[in-house]
Design a protein. Structure first.
Length: 125
């Protein structure tokens, strides 16, 4: 299974769409097989879910995202886990051990403005 963590310099980003990068980890038989950091392809409507799907990601872990983004991930069969903060490596280890606890989204609509990547298109609710 491949998971992606919205990340910013080794920490989980609160705003998945505006994070500078994603940490993609492959887990097999309860062990971390590989980990790679890839740049965010751009904060435009629907781009990130497709990008991560094309990389084989089955689950996105983040601080937060809105309902529309969750819908895009669901269209690609990608599970969302929100309300997560802390060091990316610690979060991946908790996920592997099945100890990661989801919570409420840590960001509100518009709260990420001025952080990370700007949204490239303004066609959103």
């Amino acid at each position: 299974m491949k998971i992606a963590v919205s990340s910013d310099s080794g920490e989980v980003s609160e705003h998945f769409g505006r994070c500078p990068e994603f940490t993609i980890a492959e887990i097999k038989d309860g062990k971390l097989i590989s980990k790679d950091v890839v740049p965010n392809p751009g904060h435009a409507t629907g781009v990130i879910p497709k990008f991560l799907h094309d990389k084989g990601v089955e689950c996105i872990i983040t601080g937060g995202m809105g309902a529309r983004a969750i819908g895009f991930f669901e269209e690609f069969g990608i599970k969302t886990i929100m309300g997560i903060s802390g060091k990316v490596d610690d979060v991946i280890n908790k996920f592997v051990k099945e100890e990661l606890k989801a919570g409420e989204s840590l960001c509100n609509p518009g709260a990420g403005k001025g952080y990370g990547l700007d949204k490239e298109d303004k066609d959103h609710d």
